[in-house]
Write a protein that binds this ligand. Sequence first.
Ligand SMILES: Cc1cc2nc3c(=O)[nH]c(=O)nc-3n(C[C@H](O)[C@H](O)[C@H](O)COP(=O)(O)OP(=O)(O)OC[C@H]3O[C@@H](n4cnc5c(N)ncnc54)[C@H](O)[C@@H]3O)c2cc1C
Length: 482
Amino acid sequence: MEQPVGSNVIIKRDKDQILGYLEDASNLEEGNADILYIPETEEEVKEAVCECAKKKVPLTVSAGGTGTVGSRIARDGAILSVERLNKILSIDKENKRAVLQSGVIISDFLAALAQQDLFYPPFPTERTAFIGGNLATNASGEYSYYFGPTRNYVKRIKVLLSTGKFLEIKRGEIFADKEGIIRIDELSVKIPSYTSPQIKNAAGYFSKPRMDLIDLFIGSEGTLGVITEAEVEIIDDLQSRFIMVIFLPDEQRLLEFVSEIKNNSDLKPVSLEYFDKNSLDFLRSDFQSIPDSSTAAIYIEEEEGENTLDIWLNLLDKYEVIDTWISQNKKRYQELIDFRHKLPEKVRDYFKEIKSHKIALDIAVPDNSFKELFYFYKHALANRNIKFVLYGHIGENHLHLNLFPRNAKEKTIVNGICNEAVHKAVEIGGTVSAEHGIGKIKHKYLEVMYGRKGVLEMARLKKTLDPYCILGLDNIFPRELL
Ligand SMILES: Cc1cc2nc3c(=O)[nH]c(=O)nc-3n(C[C@H](O)[C@H](O)[C@H](O)COP(=O)(O)OP(=O)(O)OC[C@H]3O[C@@H](n4cnc5c(N)ncnc54)[C@H](O)[C@@H]3O)c2cc1C
C-alpha cells in the first residue's frame, strides 16, 4: 500500500513491499524493517531522517542493491530508498563536471554522457548501481587500473546528517588539522589515528593526516549521512578501443606477462584483468571456444593507437600464448565485454542457486607483495577439493576469491583459509577490501587490519556525526560499539 504522508514521501509498511529492499548481492537473509521511505526531494529526505532521529529508529539507506556485503540490508527500523532522487541536474561539457542526485542509475548516467561524447570512468561492472551507492562504497570497476576509484572523481557532495543538518562539502575546502581534528561549524570530528593504505582500498573510514573532509564520507557505507547530491568529474569519451583475451599455459608465465605489461611504457591498457582456470571452467558453457589446455587468461582493453596492436602481438609471440581472442569489430567487442561481465554475474547467481550468502575476499596488496599473495591463495586452495573462482583486477594487485563450500566441513575449511589470507594480506601491507567494503559481513577482517583501537576510533567518529546513532547500523562495525 502506498501512502503519501505530509509532503510527497511515499511510505510503505507492507512487509511484501519492503521485502525487495532487504536483499543485495550478498544474499544475507537477516533483513528486517517496519517502514520504507521513498522521498523525491531533499526536504522529504530530511523529513524522513528527522522522524527517525526523533524516535531513535535505525535507518538504512538503500540504493541499487548491488552491494556484496549486505550494507543496504536493514536489520530493523526503517529504510530510506533514494530511487526517486534520480535526476541528472547538469552536464557541463566544457568544464567536465556533472551534477547528479544520488539515485541516478549508473547506466542512465553513462548513456546521457555518451550522447555528448563524454564518459565517467570509475563505475562498477554492475551498472544498475546508483551513483550514491558508488560514492558510499568508493566503487571502482573495470577501468580502475587506468582511471582509479570513485574517490578521485568526486568534487562536491551534499549530505544530510541525522541531526537534520545539510552539509555541502567541496573538495579542497575543509581539512583535518595537525591534531587530526576536522571542524565543521560547531562540530569537531576526530579522525582515526591509522592511515589508510596507499593502494586500492574500500575498508572502513578513509583516514590520513590532513585529510579532506569529503574523503571521510566517500566509502562510509551509509553510516555518516545520506548523500543527496554529488558533483563529479567527467572526461571526454574514450577513443575506439580493442579488447584481447589472452589464454596462457601456466601461471608462472602469466605473472611474468603481467609484470612485463605493467612495466612497458608503450602499453597503456585501461583494463588488465585475470581469470583463473576455475573461472574459465565456470564460463565455458557460455563461451565454448575457451581452450581446454589454458590454465589462466588475461583480459586487456586499450585505446587504439598507431602501433599499439603490433606491440601487443609481438609480446604474445614471446609468451607463446595458447590462443588470443581479439575484438576485430563492434560485435566481437561486445562479446568480449560480455565475457568480462558474465563472471561476476554468474558468481552472484551461483551463490543464490546454492542458497549461500556470498563468501568472498577482495584483498589488494602493494605491487611488491602480489606474488606472495597469489601463491598463498594457490597453496591454500591446492588439494582441498573446495570449489572456488579467483579472478579480477590483477593490474591493481586485487583479486576476487569466491568460495563455494558444499557442507559444514568445507565451510570450516573455507573460514580458515579466509582468516589466514586476511592476516597474510595485512602482514604484507594490504587491505581486506579493495572494492566491496566491509558491510555486515567483514567486521572481523577490518579489526585484523586496524586493530580494536582503530575500529573503536571509527565508532567514536560516527557518534560525533550521527549523534542519534541511527544511520547504517552494523555496517563497518557492530552497533554494540556505539
Ligand atoms: C555482478 C556484480 C558486479 C560488481 N562489480 C563491481 C565492480 O566492478 N566494482 C565495485 O566496486 N563493485 C562492484 N560490485 C559491487 C556493487 O556494485 C558496488 O558496491 C556498488 O557501488 C553498490 O552500489 P548500489 O547503488 O547498488 O548500493 P547499495 O548496495 O544499495 O548500497 C551500498 C551501500 O551504500 C549506502 N548508500 C547508498 N546510497 C547512499 C546514499 N545516497 N547516501 C549514503 N549512503 C548510501 C548503503 O546504505 C549501503 O551501505 C559488483 C556487484 C555485482 C552484483
